[in-house]
Design a binder for this molecule. Structure first.
Ligand code: TRP
Length: 364
């Protein structure tokens, strides 16, 4: 069986380095591993509209930001199809049929959707499209017969919902058409979620605590220097805490042993730095300056690629257009198999027409 990846992001702004360690870095690795037959990366604008119906301009402007982030991080249009969700109408069609396979109470139990509803204060005025986005996400995944969906932990309920739909579909309409996908989580625990620079659990645009993939060296520097550390670590001699110390959480996600000879030869590895910090005698500023160098090593080539693509925005849209065409070709194929299995392929089914012609001719 082919190994196929599908994953994507909602375009509600530019992506931050939390997205980078949580998913983009992994996607580039998977793309370059050569292990996958087809890779689809989707800009999920239709899903973004489920809770931004009144702000289409935000979504429209964010598509290019996300596309630039993808290309600058090293996603290669020669190796993967980058596409825009709303332009693949087969997704809507498939979602519509899946709606018959899912109950309202099942949707209301989805823990990710539940917490998002709370976060957005929807309370009793939940848009139907929002409540049902896990169904549309199941269509996103299965239209491409994806076997592997690289995502963060918060997306596990969507994968579970997708597998349930695939099973119901198989039971009713026949096995072997749709594929049950598996989630692929980032392996390093620290990579699952980077906190904001203020130490809050999540980076979020509205909290203003993000470092963006597209930030300039000056912005990165200024943000790291203002980063939350250990509030009780007042004088250099004081012992410091590592847990909940944002600078160390970021180092866990980005730092490699090779960084030490180049940027901080006083130590051999991150553990030695942590030990010193915990003992006391190591100041925050030194650790932060090291973090800036570590981040820059990763971000500088990304920035360079971005600058090139920014000079040719029409070429970025051309990448998306081509990717969308490839996605549609795949989508049309799956949808025709689905419709045949569901017996709604009237015009393609010559046998049906022949049988009925005979039935009516003979009045049986
Ligand atoms: N729900 C994902 C997010 O919020 C975006 C998304 C839409 C997605 N469809 C998908 C992710 C299909 C993986 C597979 O980031």
């Amino acid at each position: 069986m082919s190994k196929i990846i599908l994953t994507g992001d909602r375009p509600t702004g530019k992506l931050h380095i939390g997205h980078y360690v949580g998913s983009l870095r992994e996607r580039v690795r998977l793309q370059n591993s050569g292990e996958y037959d087809e890779i689809y990366i989707m800009i999920a604008d239709a899903q973004a509209l489920t809770d931004n119906a009144d702000n289409p301009e935000k979504i429209r402007q964010s598509i290019i930001e996300v596309a630039l982030d993808y290309l600058s991080c090293g996603l290669d249009p020669e190796k993967c199809h980058l596409f825009i969700q709303s332009q693949v109408q087969e997704l809507c069609e498939l979602s519509f049929y899946y709606m018959n396979l899912v109950t309202l109470s099942r949707l209301e139990r989805n823990p990710t959707v539940k917490s998002e509803i709370k976060l957005r204060n929807f309370e009793t005025s939940i848009p139907v499209g929002f409540l049902t986005y896990p169904i549309s996400q199941a269509a996103d995944i299965t239209l491409f017969k994806a076997t592997t969906v690289p995502v963060g932990e918060d997306q596990l309920p969507m994968l579970e919902q997708t597998r349930e739909i695939v099973r119901s579909f198989g039971n009713i309409y026949g096995e072997g058409i749709l594929v049950e996908p598996k989630a692929l989580l980032p392996d390093n625990k620290n990579c699952c979620r980077l906190p904001g620079i203020d130490g809050k659990a999540k980076m979020s645009k509205s909290l203003g605590n993000c470092i963006y993939i597209s930030d300039s060296p000056a912005e990165v520097k200024q943000k790291v220097m203002s980063m939350f550390t250990d509030p009780d670590h007042i004088r250099v001699e004081d012992p410091g805490k590592i847990e909940g110390n944002t600078v160390f959480t970021y180092l866990d996600a980005f730092c490699k042993d090779e960084h030490f000879p180049k940027y901080w030869p006083d130590y051999n590895n991150l553990q030695e730095v942590k030990d010193h910090y915990q003992r006391g005698g190591l100041g925050d500023v030194k650790v932060k300056k090291f973090l800036i160098k570590v981040l820059e090593e990763e971000l500088a080539p990304i920035r360079e690629r971005r600058a090139k693509w920014e000079q040719d925005i029409p070429a970025v849209y051309e990448v998306l257009r081509k990717g969308t065409e490839a996605a549609r070709a795949k989508g049309r194929q799956t949808l025709s198999e689905v419709k045949a299995a569901m017996q709604i392929n009237y015009f393609e089914d010559e046998e049906l027409i022949r049988q009925q012609a005979e039935r009516f001719r003979n009045k049986i």
